[in-house]
Ligand binder design. Structure first.
Ligand SMILES: [Zn+2]
Length: 68
């Protein structure tokens, strides 16, 4: 199990398990919140936690159209 851990204060620590429903990022182009399945993002072995950008479906579509 992977989880994030955050100390709220000196006595309270919160651990939240990461799964395919509770990981989000903001769209690289428009800033919209995007649900992310990390197993898919990193499936090709090329992604990393800092350099990988994710776009929402609308912005992904725009980028694909621009490549045509
Ligand atoms: Zn977007």
């Amino acid at each position: 199990m992977f989880y994030v851990k955050e100390n709220i204060n000196d006595t309270v620590e919160v651990k939240v398990e990461l799964n395919d429903e509770n990981v989000f990022c903001t769209c690289h182009d428009c800033g919209k919140e995007v649900s992310v399945d990390l197993s898919v993002v990193f499936a090709d072995g090329m992604g990393d936690m800092y350099g990988t950008a994710v776009c929402c479906s609308a912005c992904s579509k725009k980028r694909m159209e621009a490549l045509k």
